[in-house]
Design a protein around this ligand. Sequence first.
Ligand SMILES: NC(=O)C[C@H](N)C(=O)O
Length: 369
Amino acid sequence: APLAGPLAEKASILAASGPSNVEFNIAYSSNRTEGLPTTLILATGGTIAGSSASNLDSTTYQAGVVGVGQLIQAVPELLHVSNIDGMQVSNIASESMPDSVVLKLTKLANKALCTPNATYDGVVITHGTDTLEETAFTLDVTLQCDKPVVVVGAMRPSTAISADGPNNLLQAVTTASHPASRNRGALIVLNDRVCQAYYCEKTQANAVDTFDSPEPGYSGALLSDKLFYYSSAAQPTFKQTFDLSNVTALPDVDILYGYQGTDFGLLNATIADGAKGTGAGSIPAAALHDIDAAAAKGIPLVRSTKINVGAAVPGDVNYDSMIAGGLLNPVKSRRLLQILLALNKTNDEIRNAFEGKLKSYLSYKPGSS
Ligand SMILES: NC(=O)C[C@H](N)C(=O)O
């Protein structure tokens, strides 16, 4: 049925924000202070822009209500740190974030930061937290220069007692406009921590202390309003970057979740429905026949672990028709597979992009160079 009411309005915002339209449509521009860096805020919605009639409500509010100008003006301290422009890219809960808007975000960020006459020093993306790691990962592997993109959200809506959005936004702009943030790819900043987008995940559904990358750890932190990093700039070992400037759409890739009693009829259904690739974890033996058949048709299948921490390791003979996602969780594996398919990579190139570097570590022989 056609959408009605507020949802119809949101759907029309999304329709207007297709990837071919990557002009800066600046809704808010601060007075310029000479000598300060300049940050572009790309607002997409989420709880950071959420609102509720009750200041006690942190769970059943409406996400994606407050506009970018209001978000910025609620934190005048931002203007002591950076000159600010703000653009409203969408205003939705992140569980409704379409691939087209994520593709648009990466194009806007690259245009703002990486073109020869780029005037911005950093980009901040305000985003719902439920799928924030997917957008942040996509930005991380598609950014074409060493300037920072910082993705930020909030766990409490703007109307809540002790809303976390304003301070998170200030910390995000502080991070995006700081020279020490260069050459670190995309970063996620919430709750006084700076986390590398490649590894960072949402780990708690409700609490403000939720984004973490438990094994690699945080890159930096904010003490009051001051940023520091634990180490000099470094990129994740397994990260590769890709140029999406000529890509107009990301292909369909579905995720199938493995559990006791998994119905792998879904695998065939999703392929029949046009999926160009799928992801899964360790696989029930009963599904292997269908998996091998799908792989034989040339459909790349990536298996990645649903456990937050750890790796799907290449070289497992039980699953040799599948590609191992390594350290990437299912949603990040999906994004990487979409990007590789959008760039028309062959299945061997896709396998190599997922497995190559981890395999070279696993095949290391002491004494070899
Ligand atoms: N805290 C949040 O932002 C959750 C919200 N459902 C969203 O992702 O948009």
